[in-house]
Design a binder for this molecule. Structure first.
Ligand SMILES: C[S@@+](CC[C@H](N)C(=O)[O-])C[C@H]1O[C@@H](n2cnc3c(N)ncnc32)[C@H](O)[C@@H]1O
Length: 330
């Protein structure tokens, strides 16, 4: 299903409600809220409000990730494009697609740019980004997917040399086994002409990591609580947002920042739409996001175990963040 008028230079195929889509809030809420520990998948943060809050996070002084990745893109995009000569850019978890423009510019300057294929669950962010991009890149078409990147089948622009990007260290939101399965599935879709550019946030001091997810202005807390708002609206859940507090902590043993919502009192949660009735104790948490941090070794191991070969590894000056360019060997 596309949701743009015929003749438009934008085609966004919405696969969220397709039979095989892994985007199933009711099932995920039931499974996650009855699991030990309780969890909710981070992909449900991103309704219009959540996507807007995430954009605000990228501008926070504590959130170094976007600035570090932008620095690498500004320095290296020309080289990435020269070595892979893509005609189109496909991007997972594209969101507002702001950093994307650095890659699109590098392609356009070399006369290569024909199309852009965003793949994102956020309807609002995908539409807004596509509309802004076709205004600023008049010779480019957008053929994107509103859907779950965890099933990366039938990627846009098959048959054309593609640069496939996965920025923002969104790969870190996946458990290692999920990340491996995702990368394997992308590799299966890649031809020898495609290159894959992946952003990894790097292991660093706990204080810097914890500050990035506990900003002084409380934007990350609002972003975290937004998932409860989504459940209240979409499933008629009874979450009292005042009765939970945001918590984000570095788990050194698992090399990840974990984001939780901690219950401030014992409370009963009712979601009649899915027959759920659970009591959450005071101090109990719902884990809402994982942000795995990598080293060059752990990233290279992940890529290798997914059948991808690392071609280049670039970090920002302060070595906070890395971009890996990988290929699918034939
Ligand atoms: C951490 S943000 C990164 C946004 C942007 N790429 C950046 O670097 O600033 C994650 C993005 O991935 C999208 N997203 C999260 N989980 C997803 C999933 N399972 N499938 C598709 N998109 C997803 C969100 O809507 C959001 O735009």
């Amino acid at each position: 299903m596309t949701d743009m008028p015929p003749g438009s230079r934008i085609v966004l195929r919405n696969t969220l409600r397709e039979h095989e889509s892994p985007f199933d809030l009711a099932k995920d809420a039931r499974d996650g809220l009855t699991a030990v520990p309780r969890t909710l998948p981070s992909k449900y943060f991103y309704d219009a409000r959540g996507s807007h809050l995430f954009e605000m996070i990228t501008r926070l002084p504590e959130y170094y990730l976007t600035r570090a990745e932008t620095e690498i893109l500004q320095r290296e995009s020309g080289r990435f494009v020269e070595t892979s000569r893509p005609r189109v850019l496909v991007e997972f978890g594209s969101g507002a697609a702001r950093k994307t423009r650095i890659l699109l510019d590098a392609m356009r300057e070399r006369g290569l740019l024909e199309g852009y294929g965003p793949v994102d669950v956020s309807v609002d962010a995908s539409r807004r980004a596509a509309q802004a991009l076709i205004r600023d890149y008049p010779d480019m078409v957008v053929e994107g997917v509103i859907g779950d990147f965890e099933r990366p089948r039938n990627l846009p622009f098959s048959g054309r040399p593609r640069l496939i990007a996965f920025l923002g260290s969104t790969i870190g939101n996946l458990e290692t086994v999920q990340a491996q399965a995702f990368l394997e599935a992308v590799r299966a879709e890649m031809t020898g002409a495609d290159a894959f550019l992946i952003g990894f946030d790097l292991v660093k001091e706990a204080t810097v990591l914890e500050r990035a997810y506990n900003d002084a202005a409380g934007v990350t807390a609002r972003f975290n609580l937004n998932v409860l708002r989504v459940l209240n609206r979409e499933l008629g859940a009874s979450f009292d947002l005042e009765a939970f507090r945001h918590r984000a902590e570095w788990n050194a043993g698992r090399s990840r920042v974990e984001m939780h919502l901690e219950s401030l009192r014992e409370q009963r949660i009712l979601i009649p739409a899915i027959g759920l009735d659970v009591t959450v104790r005071e101090g109990e948490t719902i884990r809402t996001e994982l942000s795995h941090k990598y080293t060059r070794e752990s990233a290279e191991m992940l890529l290798g175990s997914s059948g991808l070969a690392l071609e280049s590894w670039c970090t920002d000056e302060a070595r906070r963040f890395a971009l890996a360019l990988a290929r699918a060997p034939r």
